[in-house]
Design a binder for this molecule. Structure first.
Ligand code: PMP
Length: 455
């Protein structure tokens, strides 16, 4: 039995087996493609693609707007949206046009020369996020890595502080959690850590100002790297006063504050930073701003940028550890300009957020109807349900509420009926083309799945 909802575990595992068998039966070409992919480590282009409720991945044939089609001829309403990389919708027309026009005109992809679009994108990100000096990467992970190096350099301090069960990409310093006894430990499963993470990092639970102060008081934290709301262990929203407290404590203890807006960008055109009036020293971002084309970016406050520029001992130009051959390439910045200018605009965010509100309300209605001890959280265009109620207030609490089998059943059930959720959790993201009818489709199936579970 599962909590007050009385989910029969045997029934759950029978239902999951049934859904997996149905998936295998209806996806023969995906199964064949997977079987034939022995040249790939783990049979997939990147090992995380093996995280799939069906047992093997759906092979994509195409994707446009909020829709994906697969090689077996199925169509899906896509609420995963590339885990935010396609928040602008798949193949957004202005991005396709800008990129193909540039290429058709012989625009070049790897000249190692700047193009004028980059400064336009920098100015637009500055306007939206409030930090004025921008630099590019190809992934949000690299934006975080380079921000970390710059902040260690200006402070001379060795450590980075993150929230327990955060995710900032494969950044070594971030793979630390608060352990069962309250001490700091390596995140379980951390692959090939270069050194003991407790020597490079500190960790505090999200929403725990006392814990944060205890760690900052050591005086060795160069920067706090955080999402304004956690989004990678469900959505965990800030308690009243928490984010103001973080800012106050980071200032008091001389640590810089980095807002990683890669996912919280869903909160609005300037992410949670603008939506909630936050004042970080650095903003990092990636994924969605490229409209699906690889990009990462970090923005620095003016005093910080000046401090760095004034340091003759730092090799910011050649091999000092910050940079990448393809960073700021014409394809990335052309795509980012088209995305920000024409797709992920303020009116688009209004529409996406109101569709997301309908998504959250409908899920809550099903939860109430069945008396499930589950909760829903919304962050602008992003919605997530968790198997606990009230909604968790820290990463640790949210991790403890995970139920892999239940999640797999719901994902497989939806997948078999044409709805995609983000594989790592129950996240649904709206793009400008997501409709209320798409949301209604999800709710009908969600209610049907719950009916089968709890009758
Ligand atoms: N920051 C956050 C908040 C993320 O959620 C992610 C990826 N999910 C990243 C950084 C890393 O992005 P990428 O995989 O594009 O490097």
């Amino acid at each position: 039995w599962y909590g007050a909802a009385m989910i029969d575990r045997e029934r759950l595992s029978d239902l999951l087996a049934r859904e997996r068998a149905a998936f295998v039966a209806t996806h023969p070409r995906s199964a064949d493609a997977y079987a034939a992919a022995g040249s790939l480590f783990g049979r997939v282009p990147m090992t995380w693609m093996n995280k799939t409720a069906g047992g093997f991945p759906v092979y994509a044939a195409g994707a446009r707007g909020a829709r994906v089609t697969d090689v077996d001829g199925h169509g899906y309403v896509d609420f995963c949206l590339g885990d935010t990389a396609a928040m602008a919708g798949h193949s957004p027309a202005p991005v396709v046009e800008a990129v193909t026009a540039r290429l058709a005109a012989g625009g070049g992809l790897a000249t190692m020369l700047p193009t004028e679009d980059a400064a336009w994108v920098g100015a637009e990100l500055a306007r939206r996020f409030g930090v004025p000096r921008w630099s590019f990467a190809l992934t949000a992970t690299d934006a975080n890595r380079w921000a970390i190096r710059l902040l260690r350099a200006v402070t001379g301090r060795p450590r980075i502080l993150v929230n327990s069960y955060c995710y900032h990409g494969s950044v070594d310093e971030s793979l630390i959690v608060v352990g069962p006894d309250g001490d700091s430990v390596s995140r379980p499963g951390n692959v090939g850590a270069p050194c003991d993470v407790t020597t490079t990092s500190r960790v505090a639970e999200y929403n725990d100002l006392a814990g944060l102060e205890r760690e900052l008081a050591h005086g060795d934290v160069a920067a706090v790297l955080m999402e304004p709301a956690l989004t990678n262990i469900g959505i965990v929203l800030p308690s009243p006063g928490y984010l103001a407290g973080v800012r106050e404590l980071t200032r008091r203890y001389g640590s810089y504050l980095v807002n990683d807006e890669t996912h919280t960008f869903s909160a609005g055109p300037g992410g949670a930073t603008a939506a909630w009036g936050l004042e970080p020293d650095v903003v990092t971002i990636g994924k969605a701003i490229g409209g699906g084309v690889p990009i990462g970016a970090y923005g620095l406050s003016a005093p910080l940028a000046d401090l760095l520029s004034g340091r003759d001992d730092l090799d910011l130009v050649d091999m000092g550890g910050v940079g990448g051959t393809l960073a700021g390439n014409p394809l990335s910045v052309t795509a980012a300009r088209a995305t920000l200018e024409h797709v992920l605009t303020a009116p688009a965010f209004d529409g996406m957020t109101s569709v997301a509100t309908a998504f959250a309300n409908g899920v809550q209605e099903v939860i109430d109807r069945f008396g499930l001890p589950w909760s829903v959280a919304q962050l602008g265009a992003r919605v997530e349900y968790r198997f606990c109620d009230p909604a968790p207030t820290s990463g640790g609490a949210s991790a403890a509420a995970a139920d892999g089998e239940l999640e797999d059943f719901l994902h497989a059930y939806l997948l078999n009926r044409g709805v995609l959720l983000t594989p790592f959790h129950n996240m649904a993201l709206m793009c400008p083309e997501t409709t209320l009818a798409d949301v209604a489709t999800h709710h009908e199936l969600f209610a049907a799945a719950v009916t089968e579970l709890v009758g």
